[in-house]
Ligand binder design. Structure first.
Ligand SMILES: [Zn+2]
Length: 180
């Protein structure tokens, strides 16, 4: 059985090298919707795949991008310097922040969160099935496990600056999922 939880964030970016000149040359924003699909072979004691309350770190992660600038780590140094100078919330990531890039990045991290989640209510083999990122009302990108072969990065390539980290309700979640 598959369940889905939807999250939202308001994010800013530039998508370098894309076909549309507007997108590749201008800082602009979108109201993103992120659908997280989870799958299990068994229901827990409450007849649920899993209680959404266990997704608090997923919420913390996705909301880290809210009212943040998402900076591709391949940007020119002068752009990086300017972004860090004028923003207090910057997420620097190893993929371009297209909807596809976000979907792959989110799958990678949320998969790690789910694999580190302690299930103690009779849940079955709970797995992250897919992550769907809607950048506009008409378009989305969806990533699942096999799509991770398109990219290569590790968790420590994802960097949340101090302005983001200081607003985390749980300051420990990032280190808990990582091997830093
Ligand atoms: Zn855009």
């Amino acid at each position: 059985m598959i369940i889905r939880k939807k999250f939202r964030f308001e994010g800013a970016h530039i998508v370098r090298n894309c076909t549309s000149q507007r997108c590749r040359e201008n800082i602009h924003g979108h109201s993103y919707e992120v659908e997280v699909f989870l799958k299990s072979d068994q229901l827990d004691n409450g007849f649920m795949v899993m209680d959404f309350i266990l997704l608090s770190s997923v919420a913390e992660f996705i909301h880290s991008f809210d009212h943040s600038y998402t900076l591709w780590d391949k940007e020119a140094d002068e752009v990086k310097d300017a972004i860090y100078r004028i923003n207090t919330r910057v997420a620097e990531i190893p993929v371009s922040p297209s909807a596809e890039g976000y979907a792959l990045l989110f799958f990678f991290v949320i998969n790690r969160i789910i694999s580190k989640t302690k299930f103690v209510n009779g849940e079955g083999n709970v797995k992250l099935h897919a992550v769907r990122v809607h950048e506009t009302q008409s378009g989305y990108a969806e990533a699942s496990a096999e799509d991770l072969s398109m990219v290569r990065f590790v968790l420590k390539d994802i960097k949340f600056n101090d302005g983001i980290q200081k607003e985390w309700k749980d300051k420990t979640w990032w280190n808990q999922i990582g091997e830093f």
